[in-house]
Design a protein around this ligand. Structure first.
Ligand SMILES: O=C(O)CCC(=O)C(=O)O
Length: 256
């Protein structure tokens, strides 16, 4: 039997926790309550594993924390619109090659900024102002056919030098990102990889694990598009997937 004091503690906890939690979360999301200093390092606590050295393809486990994911999903929700495919001349086209919704996230937002800074630091203390952040959501039947994230002919000269694609939320099978030009054979490697990648595929394909991300380069050092960067969002046959593109931008002239 619980004593009177214990009963009181249980009742107080049951009442106070649900009451305080949303308020703490709101303070945290606005940067007023910085739990990271004592709970989770400000720069995240992610694990880096190299998938391929040249050109680099790097897996980042837990790149975005659960609280950050929750926040970003809420931030993106009202901003989602049907995704477009961008043409080289700068115009946007609705196309069945890309069936999803997407939303550019405001770079002034403290948590978006934090993710941009984390991505920039990972790439050798790059300037975080170069980073663009876009959430992208797939419902059942959604996909993004293999494509390049950048093109040297982009009308405004801005190119996506690198991509970090983070999974914010996913409940689907074999619905990660596929790289048709990167041949893969995982048979001689640790089975640990199979938590992050589809080990039975003959090309590189990630598993959609919330919080985890893949980094890859889209351009070589002369500014040419890398064949290896061809990638697609695999079909979501049932369930859903929400990802976050974290692109580091360069201008064509920077390669001149
Ligand atoms: O959904 C994916 O796995 C990849 C998404 C993608 O390629 C994009 O949004 O550009």
């Amino acid at each position: 039997m619980l004593g009177k004091q214990s009963m009181l503690n249980v009742v107080l906890t049951a009442v106070l926790v649900p009451f305080l939690y949303p308020h703490c979360l709101r303070l945290y999301n606005h940067g007023a309550l910085d739990l990271d200093h004592w709970w989770w390092r400000k720069n995240g606590s992610y694990t880096v594993r190299m998938v391929m050295a040249v050109p680099p393809v790097i897996h980042l486990e837990n790149f975005v924390t659960p609280l950050e994911r929750q926040y970003l999903l809420r931030l993106a929700e009202p901003l989602f619109e049907r995704s477009y495919v961008m043409l080289d001349n700068g115009s946007a086209l609705l196309d069945n090659a890309r069936i999803s919704s997407s939303a550019y996230l405001p770079l002034g937002d403290p948590i978006v900024r934090r993710i941009a800074q984390r991505a920039a630091e990972f790439q050798g203390y790059m300037d975080a102002d170069r980073v663009d952040v876009q959430a992208t959501a797939y419902a059942e039947g959604g996909h993004f056919k293999p494509h390049y994230d950048t093109s040297p002919d982009d009308a405004n000269g801005r190119q996506r030098k690198s991509t970090i694609f983070v999974i914010l939320d996913a409940k689907c099978e074999k619905c990660g990102t596929i790289f048709p030009n990167i041949k893969a054979d995982w048979s001689g490697f640790s089975k640990e990889w199979c938590k992050h990648l589809e080990c039975d595929e003959s090309v590189l394909a990630t598993r959609a694990v919330p919080g985890s991300a893949l980094f890859w380069e889209n351009l070589d050092s002369a500014g040419n598009v890398l064949d290896t960067s061809l990638h697609g969002g695999r079909p979501v046959i049932s369930g859903h997937k929400v990802g976050l593109n974290v692109w580091t931008m360069v201008h064509r002239d920077e390669y001149a």
